[in-house]
Design a protein around this ligand. Sequence first.
Ligand SMILES: [Zn+2]
Length: 437
Amino acid sequence: MKLARVCACTVALAASLSAAMAKPVATPTPLPRPFGRGHVWFHATAYAPYTFDDTIVRVHFDLARGIVYGDETAVVRPKRALRTLPFNTLGIHYQRVTVDGNPVRYAFDAARQLINVRLPALAAARKPLGVEFIYWVRPQRGVYFIRPDRGYPNIAPEIWSQGEMIDNRRWFPTWDEPNQKTPSELVVTVPRGWTVVANGYLKSHTHTASTETWDWNAPHPKSTYLIAFAAGPLSKHHTTLGQATDGNVAAFGNGSMDVDSYVQPRNANLNALCFGRTNAIVAYFQQIIGVKFPWEKYDQTTAERFTYGGMENASATIQTQLALHPTIEDSERPCDGLVAHELAHQWWGDDVTMADWSNTWINEGFATYFQELWSEHHFGEAEFEYERYQAQQAYFKETQQYYRPIVDYVYNDPLDLFDYRGGLLDRDWVARRGEDT
Ligand SMILES: [Zn+2]
């Protein structure tokens, strides 16, 4: 994930103001902002008592009222004999829950944000169980409804999701920790004329007179925070990886992989300028990592009013539409940093994932470092050094606000861990451990 640029500026401004106001004193001055807003507690790594065979989520919407109607089938295998199956959930209204087709009872654990599905009998270890949830939710986070309003009457409607860190539990029940991976399938029904982009490959696309349904299947297992979709009347720019002009593509045998980008129709002429070097960056990362791109295809979609700069959903990255810009601005603000960062996460974070949120820094550290390696490759050594300097300064400014360990299990919200600790990872760190590590 990459925070919007405005966040970095706000941190820098706050740090410079506090530095200007500081006076020399004999005793240490309390840091101006306590980590986690001063209310923090220990978070043990939580492991699911089951593994996933599959997670299939079918959704349709009431756009005007901001409601998600869901029908999910989670196929799980208990790790040991179980009476109860816990799933993270928040704000979802359940109409029916079944296990292997039979209605079952369930109870909520509000403090731990769980629905505990009660099994009619002790379930044997490793025997698959099909749990189906029929539900609806008007999510406060997780899924976002963009609609034209009095202030922005010309905006096109959109619906998109943002899971990281723990917001996917707000639109489908799941094990919402990074340590349990699942294949996934999203079947999304939207108004006729819309496009839906999601993880994996397009299994089917059907329509009625007023709706269309996009079925995206993603069999390669991923952590649940990486499951996402973006939907709206989008404009598509299609390429294949074989079009890359830079780096050793053919050696990895996926030259025909689709690499597509989707933007708002009014921005269609800005699409290729922002995302046109994606193929070259895929090829370069494959070459220096030595591992083929790990997913079925690579899509990038810009979302209106996106909550962050970008989010590396496996094979289906979503970025802010604010990244788009005309040619005259391209030398000042190319999309390469954002594109390379989210693309690097497809290996670092998506394919290889931390066990818990306390180790998020290593995801972000590698994504930031590889973003800088692309800058070195494409823009030169000086740009690499300048970006390293900026990443380190962001960390030093943060230490004027609060101190915390790099790996920290004592926090408030996992989003608090999403700061500039990753900027410390650099060439020396990698060199000391060996590039093979
Ligand atoms: Zn990131």
